[in-house]
Design a protein around this ligand. Structure first.
Ligand code: ADP
Ligand code: MG
Length: 336
């Protein structure tokens, strides 16, 4: 069988179904943003890993080493944020094509990485170094902690929960298109930054967990539709997204057309925004409003979880619904 027939997520499901762990210390294994391990009666250790690979996640022609270092850590921090945890430390493994990569490049890479590490109070714990025959491969594993009663899993969603996102979607995907298109002006620099230097929503994730607002949560790495499907599936529900509620930033609306893209499609399917998608009871709307005043970016209600919705359903302004077909990035299939 071809991997492209199975798809990335079919492959992960296949592994998970062949291997079922039952150890009292493993609260959550495969299937969430991070694994959750029992550390004590009250505390959970969160553990997650993510790779950043030349030719797949970045090209040396369009990235700079400082930002690459920053992003390699940021995408891992985002998985801890999605569990409502606090990051503690990380390991970093490098496979380096030594003919093409210089010491100065790696120094710059670590400058970016350490800058974000200091900002977020997370510590480098070790790693591994190897020569690579082809691509530069960066592999980060991260550990964090959370009070046991506060961890937010993808599976905690309840029927009729409101569905929210933090921040703005689609900007990172547009930033990538701008980067790939070459000749960019300073007016689109903020979009390019969204792609090169994502910000993990650690503060928001932790607050949503501490106040027990979020029932289920996931970070948006594959695109809203794909990640909403993950969250809904793990919660045993469907999801309905009201397309007229999905916030479109003015930059997205202004520039998407220049790159042959539709703003809403970018917001629904563009990956790598590293915002949070979470569900919460309708009774918490006031609390979420209060919380968003303390945050630097908006928190927007975009739909709901429902046992009646089939997969991911889109509702337009006229109230017409249709099942979403294009769902997002799949490493083995490119698009599902
Ligand atoms: P994220 O986008 O948050 O990094 P992924 O979609 O990569 O999450 O992974 C979903 C789940 O599948 C996670 O629990 C992850 O640890 C697990 N997973 C991914 N790839 C593998 C693999 N090759 N073997 C085992 N588990 C995997
Ligand atoms: Mg994730």
């Amino acid at each position: 069988m071809k991997l492209s027939d199975l798809g990335e997520f079919g492959f992960i499901t296949r592994i998970a179904s062949r291997y079922s762990t039952q150890h009292p210390a493993i609260i959550k294994g495969i299937g969430d943003d991070a694994a959750a391990l029992c550390f004590s009666d009250k505390e959970v250790v969160l553990f997650s890993t993510d790779q950043v690979i030349e030719g797949i996640h970045f090209r040396l022609e369009t990235t700079d080493e400082w930002k690459l270092g920053w992003k390699s850590l940021a995408v891992n921090l985002s998985d801890i944020a999605a569990m409502g945890g606090t990051p503690l430390g990380f390991t970093l493994s490098l496979a380096v094509p030594t003919q093409r990569i210089s010491v100065e490049f790696l120094d710059g890479f670590y400058d970016g990485l350490f800058s974000l590490a200091r900002k977020t109070g997370v510590h480098l714990l070790g790693g591994d170094t190897s020569r690579s025959g082809a691509a530069l491969i960066i592999s980060v594993s991260i550990v964090g902690t959370a009070p046991r009663e506060q961890v937010v899993y993808r599976s905690g969603g309840k029927d009729n929960d409101d569905l929210y996102i933090t921040g703005w979607l689609g900007e990172a995907a547009l930033g990538l298109a701008i980067l790939e298109g070459g000749n960019r002006g300073s007016d689109v620099e903020s979009l390019v930054e969204r792609h090169l230097c994502p910000v993990a929503r650690l503060r928001e994730g932790k607050a949503l967990a501490e106040h027990k607002i979020a029932h289920a949560m996931i970070d948006l790495s594959d695109g809203l539709l794909a990640d909403a499907r993950h969250l809904a599936r793990e919660s045993g529900l469907g999801v309905e997204i009201d397309t007229s509620l999905v916030p479109l930033s003015s930059a997205l609306k202004r520039y998407a057309g220049d790159y042959g893209a539709d703003p809403l499609t970018l917001a629904l399917t563009g990956g790598e925004d590293y915002e949070l998608l979470f569900s919460a009871a309708m009774e918490r709307r006031k609390d979420i409003e209060l919380l968003q005043r303390e945050c630097s970016s908006p928190i927007t209600r975009i739909g709901k979880l429902s046992r009646w919705a089939e997969g991911v359903t889109l509702r337009d302004e006229q109230g017409r619904t249709r099942k979403a077909d294009v769902v997002g990035y799949d490493h083995f299939r490119l698009r599902v």
